[in-house]
Write a protein that binds this ligand. Structure first.
Ligand SMILES: Cc1cc2nc3c(=O)[nH]c(=O)nc-3n(C[C@H](O)[C@H](O)[C@H](O)COP(=O)(O)O)c2cc1C
Length: 182
């Protein structure tokens, strides 16, 4: 399992939720967590190269994505964790997702290395949970388009690190981990 933590805060709400989630995954999966905010990941520049040919290094941009493609490709399950920023996933999370475009020729799907993967979303946000609809629906549509098995999202509205750490959401988190691994 690859866990993409898209929060800029290493000790914030999302990172606490990730911790609780990984506790529940336990030894049922080998997990690598990547704190994506600390990586250098440019946005896709639409050079179009990856849509014409399968590139040896996947993308023409040389940055930290080069090391992340092999991790993504070797993971059956990819969990995205992000706070909501302006109704969306964080910019670094979106940059990561944008750069997966090279793993599929989206015109004819003759090449799609994302097909069959499992994906899920962990969200924390400051407001009520419906505010995450826009971001969550975006990832759901992304998965549908790229033929990824989307396992849904877990949202912590009005998120407070102390409440997450206290175990208040543990039943919910446990059920979600089970659903993803099952
Ligand atoms: C720049 C910025 C934009 C935000 N936008 C939203 C938003 O649109 N809706 C919302 O409910 N919370 C919003 N929040 C609150 C965060 O989603 C919330 O506090 C989250 O739990 C922070 O996670 P973190 O501790 O991992 O950084 C925003 C916070 C920041 C810093």
């Amino acid at each position: 399992m690859l866990l993409i933590n898209g929060s800029p805060r290493a000790n914030g709400n999302t990172s606490e939720l990730v911790k609780r989630f990984l506790d529940n995954v336990g030894n049922k999966a080998t997990v690598e967590e990547i704190r994506i905010f600390e990586k250098d990941i440019a946005g896709c520049k639409n050079c179009g190269s990856c849509q014409k040919n399968v590139l040896k290094d996947h993308c023409t941009i040389k940055d930290d994505m080069s090391g992340l493609y092999p991790k993504f490709l070797s993971s059956d399950i990819v969990v995205i964790a992000s706070p909501i920023y302006m109704w969306q996933l964080t910019p670094c999370t979106l940059a990561f997702l944008n750069r997966l475009h090279c793993l599929c020729r989206s015109e004819d799907f003759s090449y799609n290395e994302m097909e069959g993967k499992r994906m899920a979303l962990l969200i924390t946000l400051g407001a009520e949970e419906e505010v995450a609809d826009y971001a969550a629906n975006g990832l759901r549509d992304f998965c549908e388009f790229f033929k990824i098995d989307y396992k849904g999202d877990l949202r912590i509205p009005f998120a407070k690190k102390e409440r997450i750490a206290s175990g208040e959401y543990d039943e919910k988190v446990k059920g979600f981990a089970k659903k993803i691994l099952g």
